[in-house]
Write a new protein. Structure first.
Length: 300
């Protein structure tokens, strides 16, 4: 189970431990408050492992540990939960490095871990449950880096699902609504990210869009965070069902409003979909270079 420092990973690790399972829970930092909380609240059956999904040596160390402890039995389930995003901005304003960081954690890290554990999963005819995002299915404004990595992850897991069927491995995707997890709901974190972004933007881009444009996106996102759901149990239950149900769903959609969102996405015209996502999530103001007052200033 990856990404157990906070949020869905931490809650799921605790839930599975209470149910009596042997859990291998990976965290970025063994001394983090989340890791210490798991030590405190879980039984000795739970093993905490340090793993940064961007580091092959970390993944290899975790694979060796799990192999050593499950070689005779195989591994029943893998939960790919670790995820990363620290940029809320238009694709043009998002540094290329941010796209790479999201792909490294959300796609390549999960791919490497899954491939490494497949021999053990095959021997147990086990389960793979992966937390993706509706942002990987729909063009959410200002989430291109994160959304593109989750789109790649979702397609990868759909491919695994069809390819691993002969081995008896069942593969499920979890596409949660908006929940309160980790730093995702900390305004101070996002304000700092906004400052870093503004400092890194080329002058020409900053002129074209305007500093107030970036400020407005950040304010709208912080406003949106206030509707994040604190009770993570719907997601934990979906992950658990994916691991334990005789016939798990291919996709789980825990969270409010996802039904209507996917209905609009699948059946209504593009302009309605775009309007809905802007109304629901972030509706950026016009970039500075396109505003009437800017054109008037230029004429003067």
């Amino acid at each position: 189970l990856s990404g157990c420092d906070s949020g869905f990973g931490q809650a799921t690790a605790r839930h599975l431990d209470i149910m009596g399972f042997r859990v291998f829970a990976s965290v970025l930092d063994l001394q983090s408050p989340g890791a210490q909380e798991l030590r405190r609240s879980c039984s000795p059956r739970l093993t905490l492992l340090q793993m940064d999904l961007t580091k092959t040596e970390d993944i290899q160390r975790v694979l060796q540990h799990i192999q050593a402890h499950t070689n005779s039995t195989g591994l029943w389930g893998l939960v790919n939960n670790a995820g990363f995003n620290d940029t809320i901005a238009d694709a043009e304003l998002s540094p290329l490095g941010k796209f790479r960081s999201c792909m490294e954690v959300n796609f390549f890290g999960s791919l490497e871990l899954t491939k490494g554990l497949l021999p053990l999963l095959r021997s147990a005819s086990g389960r793979i449950v992966t937390v993706s995002s509706p942002a990987g299915d729909m063009p959410f404004p200002c989430l291109a880096a994160y959304g593109a990595s989750k789109a790649a992850l979702s397609l990868l897991m759909d491919t695994f699902r069809s390819e691993l069927q002969p081995w008896g491995i069942k593969v499920s995707l979890i596409l949660p609504g908006y929940y309160k997890t980790g730093t995702t709901c900390d305004p101070a974190f996002w304000n700092l990210q906004k400052q870093k972004l503004l400092a890194s933007l080329p002058q020409e881009l900053l002129q074209a869009y305007g500093e107030d444009y970036v400020e407005e996106i950040n304010q709208q996102f912080i406003q949106f965070m206030k509707v994040a759901v604190e009770d993570l149990s719907a997601v934990v239950n979906s992950i658990t069902d994916g691991l334990l149900a005789a016939n798990p769903a291919v996709r789980y959609y825990p969270g409010q409003g996802l039904g209507i969102m996917y209905f609009i996405h699948r059946y209504l015209p593009y302009f309605v979909r775009d309007l809905f996502l802007k109304g629901f999530f972030i509706n950026p103001k016009l970039p500075r270079a396109l505003r009437r007052e800017h054109h008037n200033d230029m004429k003067k």
